[in-house]
Design a protein around this ligand. Structure first.
Ligand SMILES: NC(=O)c1ccc[n+]([C@@H]2O[C@H](COP(=O)([O-])OP(=O)(O)OC[C@H]3O[C@@H](n4cnc5c(N)ncnc54)[C@H](O)[C@@H]3O)[C@@H](O)[C@H]2O)c1
Ligand SMILES: N/C(=C\C=C\C=O)C(=O)O
Length: 486
C-alpha cells in the first residue's frame, strides 16, 4: 500500500482486518540508508484490540484440529506461490541477498507451515495402568490460549512463521510482533491468511517497537504464553515483566558459537562451510560461527586458505544474485560491529582481511548503505570482548589449539551455549567432543542442516526451552493427567 510520500505504509492486522495506526515509524532500506517504508508505532490500545480479537476466535479455532491442519497446508501453498515476491521484499527490507531470501528464508517459511500442518496430526498421549488399585491414567493436551510471539530482524519471516505455525496448529490464537526493523513480509503474509481460511482473530499482527507494543503485549494479563527470539537483555526484561503472572516462556537468544577444526579435518569441505557459517546473512544468524579453533599443526595452512576464501566472498547490493553478502540491518548495528574491530586493534590483535584492510566497492547509490566486508581477526586472547561477546556481524576470530581437552574447555568458556561445529575425520573424536560441548546444537562436518523434528535451542545464556515438533507442541499446549477408577 502506498502512503505518505509514495512510500510503503504498513497497517496492523487485527481480527482479520487491516487497521491504520495513529503514529508511524520510519523503516530504512539497509542498502541505501534511505527511508522506504512506514511501520505502525502501536501501543497498548492496539494490544487491547488484538487480545479481544484473539479471545473471541479461541473457542472455535481450538476445537477444530483437522481443519487447522488443512488451513496450514493452504497457507504454505499460498506462501510458496508468492515466493519470489516475498523473497524480493525480504531482501530489500533486511539487506540480505536475494539468493539467500530465495533459497533459505522464504522456502523455510513455507516449510514451517507444511511441517506443523503434518506433525500436529501425529502426536500421541501417555497412558499407564495401576491394576492393583483398579486405575487407568492418561494425559490430554489442550492449547494454552492467546500466545505472544516476538521475533527479531535477522530472519524475519523464517523465524516468525517458526512460531506462528506450531502455535496455531496446536489450537492457540496468536498476537505476533515482528521486529520494527523488518515488518514487511509479515504484513504481506496477512493478505494470504483469509485466502487460506484462517478465521479472523486467529492470527493478529501488531507492529512497532519493543518498549511500546512489545511490553504492552508481554505484560498483558490475558496472554499466558510468550515465545521470544532475540537478544539476552530483552529476554531479561520480558522475564521480569511476565514474572508476576507466571507466564509460560520460551526464549531463543544469542550465541558465541565455536568451530573446532582438528588436524584430520577435510579442509576442502571445512573451509567453504566455515566461511559460510561465519558470514552468511552478514553474520547475522544466531547460529553463525564467531570463534574458530584450529589445531596448531594445520593452523598456518588453514588461516591462509580461510582468509583467501573470505576475500572471495562478494559483498554486493542485496538484489545482485551473484552477491554472497548484502548490507547489515542498520547504521547503529554497523557502527556497533565496527567498534569491535577497533577494540581488537587496540588490544593488539591482527585484522587479516575485511574492515580497514580491504576496499569495499559499491555503486554510488549504495555508498550510504550499511555494508561491511567479511573480517577475520587473529592473535586475539580468549578473554578479549571479540572472543566473549556476540558481535552478530561478519566478523570471526581464528585461534590455534593443541589438545582435545584444552579446546573443549576454551570453547565452553563463554556465557552462551547455542551452536557449535566440530570438524574431524575421526568419528570417535567427533562424538566425544560433541557430547562435552555446552551447546544446544552441534553440527559435525557440516553447518545449519535443520531437522525440524528434533529439539532446537540453547544452553546457558542462549535460552530457555526448546522448539521443534514435540517440544513446540508441548510448549504451546497444557497437559492434564486424568485418572479413571474402574
Ligand atoms: N536463538 C535463536 O534462535 C535466535 C534467532 C535469531 C536471533 N537471535 C538473537 O537475536 C538478537 C538479534 O535480534 P534483535 O536485535 O532483533 O533482538 P532484540 O532483543 O533487540 O529484539 C527482538 C524482538 O524483541 C522486541 N523487543 C525489544 N525490546 C522489547 C521489550 N522490552 N519487550 C518486548 N519486546 C521487545 C523487538 O522489537 C524485536 O521484535 C541476537 O542476540 C541474536 O542472537 C536468536
Ligand atoms: N530457529 C531457527 C534458527 C534461528 C536462527 C537464528 O538466527 C531454526 O532454524 O529453526
Amino acid at each position: 500500500m502506498a502512503g505518505r510520500g509514495g512510500l510503503l505504509m504498513l497497517e496492523n492486522f487485527i481480527g482479520g482486518k487491516f487497521l491504520p495506526c495513529s503514529s508511524y515509524l520510519d523503516s530504512y532500506d539497509p542498502s541505501t540508508g534511505e527511508v522506504y517504508c512506514h511501520v505502525p508505532n502501536s501501543g497498548k490500545e492496539e494490544v487491547e484490540a488484538a487480545v479481544e480479537a484473539a479471545r473471541a476466535a479461541f473457542p472455535g479455532w481450538s476445537s477444530r484440529p483437522q481443519e487447522r491442519s488443512q488451513v496450514l497446508q493452504r497457507l504454505a501453498d499460498l506462501l510458496e506461490q508468492s515466493l519470489e515476491e516475498l523473497a524480493q521484499a525480504e531482501s530489500k527490507d533486511q539487506g540480505k541477498t536475494i539468493t539467500l531470501a530465495r533459497t533459505m528464508d522464504i522456502p523455510r517459511a513455507v516449510h514451517n507451515f507444511r511441517f506443523f500442518a503434518s506433525s500436529i496430526l501425529h502426536h500421541t498421549s501417555e497412558c499407564t495402568q495401576m491394576d492393583h488399585l483398579g486405575c487407568l491414567h492418561y494425559t490430554v493436551r489442550a492449547p494454552v490460549g492467546i500466545a505472544a510471539l516476538i521475533s527479531p530482524w535477522n530472519l524475519p519471516l523464517y523465524l516468525l512463521t517458526w512460531k506462528i505455525a506450531p502455535a496455531i496448529a496446536a489450537g492457540n490464537t496468536v498476537i505476533a510482533k515482528p521486529s520494527e526493523l523488518t515488518s514487511v513480509t509479515a504484513w504481506m503474509m496477512c493478505r494470504l491468511l483469509e485466502k487460506a481460511g484462517v478465521p479472523p482473530g486467529v492470527v493478529n499482527i501488531v507492529f512497532g517497537t519493543g518498549p511500546r507494543v512489545g511490553e504492552a503485549l508481554v505484560s498483558h494479563p490475558e496472554v499466558p504464553l510468550i515465545s521470544f527470539t532475540g537478544s539476552q537483555p530483552t529476554a531479561e526484561r520480558i522475564t521480569q515483566l511476565s514474572a508476576p503472572y507466571c507466564k509460560k516462556l520460551s526464549l531463543e537468544l544469542g550465541g558465541k558459537n565455536p568451530a573446532i577444526i582438528f588436524e584430520d579435518a577435510n579442509l576442502a569441505e571445512c573451509i567453504p562451510t566455515t566461511v559460510r557459517s561465519s558470514f552468511a546473512n552478514q553474520g547475522e544468524i544466531c547460529l553463525c560461527t564467531s570463534r574458530i579453533f584450529v589445531q596448531r599443526n594445520i593452523y598456518s595452512e588453514f588461516l591462509k586458505r580461510f582468509v583467501e576464501a573470505a576475500r572471495m566472498w562478494k559483498v554486493g547490493i542485496p538484489s545482485d544474485p551473484s552477491a554472497d553478502m548484502g548490507a547489515l540491518i542498520s547504521k547503529a548495528h554497523l557502527e556497533k560491529v565496527r567498534s569491535y574491530i577497533k577494540k581488537a586493534r587496540m588490544e593488539g590483535a591482527q585484522i587479516l582481511c575485511g574492515e580497514g584492510v580491504d576496499k569495499l566497492n559499491l555503486p554510488p547509490r549504495n555508498q550510504a548503505g550499511y555494508f561491511m566486508l567479511p573480517t577475520v581477526i587473529t592473535d586475539v586472547k580468549d578473554e578479549s570482548c571479540c572472543m566473549k561477546e556476540e558481535i552478530f556481524g561478519p566478523v570471526t576470530c581464528v585461534v590455534p589449539f593443541d589438545s582435545e581437552e584444552e579446546v573443549i574447555q576454551r570453547a565452553n568458556n563463554v556465557k552462551y551455549g547455542l551452536a557449535a561445529t566440530v570438524w574431524s575425520g575421526n568419528v570417535g573424536r567427533v562424538h566425544r567432543v560433541a557430547k562435552k560441548l555446552q551447546s544446544g546444537l552441534v553440527w559435525t562436518n557440516c553447518w545449519l542442516i535443520r531437522e525440524l523434528n528434533l529439539p532446537f535451542g540453547g544452553m546457558k545464556s542462549s535460552g530457555v526451552g526448546r522448539e521443534g515438533a514435540k517440544d513446540s507442541y508441548e510448549f504451546f499446549t497444557e497437559v492434564k493427567t486424568i485418572t479413571v477408577k474402574h
